[in-house]
Design a protein around this ligand. Sequence first.
Ligand SMILES: Cc1ncc(COP(=O)(O)O)c(C=O)c1O
Length: 372
Amino acid sequence: MPNWNELLQGKDEGLYIYDLTALKERAKVLSDSRHRIFYAVKSNSDLRVLKTLMPFVDGFEVASRGEIEKIRMMSRDIPIIFGGPVKTQEDLKYALEKGVTSFNVESLFELDELQTLSVEKDCHLSIQLRINLADIESDATLKMAGVTQFGLPEEDFIQAVELIQSSNHMQLSGFHFHAMSNNMNVSHHVSYVEAACDFVKQHQKLLPPEPVINIGGGFGIDYQQEKTFDMAHFMNLTEDSSVLTLEIGRWLTGPIGYYAAGVYDIKEMHGQNFVLLNGGTYHFRFPKAWFHEHPFLVVKRQQKRSRRKTLQQVKAVIAGKLCTPNDVFGPEYYFEDIATDDLIIFKFAGAYGREISHLEFLSHAKPKILYI
Ligand SMILES: Cc1ncc(COP(=O)(O)O)c(C=O)c1O
């Protein structure tokens, strides 16, 4: 854990800290694996994070032109898998121009475009059809399979296969399954892998000898207990399975990021305590989005202003500087001891932190990033 007082001396306005050393340590756990590791850029697309991860991963999973651009700024040829439920002609054209050849496809419209564009460009594309497996046992926070908008509808499956098979420019190289988000249960994840492998086996005759079995991400963080999914155990348990492709986001970047902001004011309004930060959910929306108690710590600091307010051994809502009652970091939090001018540091803020926040709202300053 860094020396926060030293690192954040004189800093008050909301900012992120990314620990790139810790990121390397986490990435090393994955790079020893026999599976193919892709980093899901959506979880944290900061350039220094991407650069740190590049030597450890087989490639990057992207979901937009902007993400492709970021990856291609670092490398002209590192493999990219392009996913996402709505990829327009413009998106796909851009991808092909940037040398992307691997696509997780979930729409016949997308296949039509890829067929036309691949003929025009005379290039060869590797297609993984995204399959929505409905019956995955899971107590993950979010389910991406089942009744969701993701995947190729069953009724379109045969048409999609025929379209690919009729093309000289596309190959059905395997299937893509991304079924859950923030799963902590290793055995659920292993059963899910088995279900994906079974599906692939059932469709073996459509596929090349070593098909792509892309199981996506979903490896979780227990935000309450500050633990992460036991990745080493998962890797051991899947040691004898077919080679998998993984698209990992949260597990890699979640624990290496922090969001810190100074306490501007403390007040009680009609029986409710509030701690107001020089920052807000426009910087770090995640605890509000999940409305959970996000792990945090208080860094005591010297008083800066002549007026001082404190709270001890009570609960308070943490709020930000936006003009909306929605600018709160989830439910009430318990404070042992907090005062104005102290710092609050939210841990586990490296994944879906800055990236999912409405940074433009009210035109406040964007959060700076400090790197360790
Ligand atoms: C298709 C796909 N792959 C990978 C990921 C990364 O998931 P995680 O951050 O849970 O590892 C996501 C996240 O939503 C996704 O949609």
